[in-house]
Write a protein that binds this ligand. Structure first.
Ligand SMILES: [Fe+2]
Length: 260
């Protein structure tokens, strides 16, 4: 699916806020390991948009919901109400894409979804599977992605996917990673000069170059995980976070993670 969006941006530059792993529950007062995830998301949205009011869009990279229920997405919709920025989103392992599409219609499920943003394309991918918390990109989506990259010429592609296609040196999280990461990287690496990869899932800051391919992952708006950890371990001070990205056509990425 290809969607054209008009931008109020300057040519050759695009700016966005990356928010991920909000893990919303079913009711506004509910808490997740002592954190109110709805209030955290509200704080992140209001702080980030006060600081960066000239962004082109907000990108969410999955695990919007902890429960995957209709109620949790109604809560998501209520938090977004009142903000006029375009919002794009990919599903995470905790999400139910069909229900999330009621709030964000562009959420990808069985196909990739490409949003045309002037000289940039935002490529939205679904990596969730029905039988676990690891990720996988289907053969069909890999073929669509390859065809899109082959035909996109000079377009710069921001590829959004919940599961990062790399190991991050945390045994337990790496087990829950993208199972066909090698195959995925093989498809995109040929075009790495024209790609920025943006991921969620790992609840920590990642900024890696893999053979010229830049990969960013962002801490969540709720709990963060300790880096380089054998077992699941949450950080003691789980400040909610977001990432700001300013990208120029020449692949100059200016990015900052902010903790609130
Ligand atoms: Fe996840």
């Amino acid at each position: 699916m290809m969607t054209e969006q008009s931008l109020h941006k300057r040519a050759g530059n695009i700016k966005f806020i990356h928010i991920t792993d909000t893990h919303l529950l079913d009711a506004p007062e509910e808490t997740f390991h002592c954190l109110n995830t709805k209030e955290n998301l509200e704080r992140v949205l209001s702080e980030s948009l006060r600081r960066y009011s000239d962004i082109d869009f907000i990108l969410f990279t999955g695990d919007i919901s902890q429960t995957g229920t209709a109620e949790s997405y109604i809560l998501f919709k209520s938090v977004l109400q009142g903000y006029e920025f375009p919002v794009y989103c990919v599903p995470g392992n905790h999400d139910t894409p069909k229900l999330l599409q009621h709030v964000i219609p562009d959420v990808p499920e069985s196909s990739i979804n490409v949003i045309a943003l002037g000289e940039f394309s935002l490529v939205l991918l679904n990596s969730r599977v029905d039988d676990g918390h690891h990720g996988m990109v289907t053969q069909c989506c890999l073929q669509q992605l390859e065809a899109h990259l082959r035909n996109s010429g000079d377009q710069f592609n921001i590829i959004a996917i919940h599961h990062p296609p790399v190991l991050i040196n945390s045994k337990w999280l790496d087990k829950l990673g993208l199972k066909n990461q090698r195959e995925f990287l093989r498809v995109i690496q040929k075009y790495s000069q024209n790609i920025l990869l943006v991921c969620g899932h790992v609840h920590q800051e990642v900024d890696q170059q893999i053979d010229g391919l830049r990969l960013l992952a962002t801490p969540s708006t709720c709990h963060q995980y300790e880096a380089n950890s054998e077992h699941m371990s949450r950080t003691a001070t789980p400040a909610p976070a977001y990432r700001y990205v300013s990208l120029s056509r020449k692949n100059n990425v200016d990015t900052t993670v902010h903790y609130i």
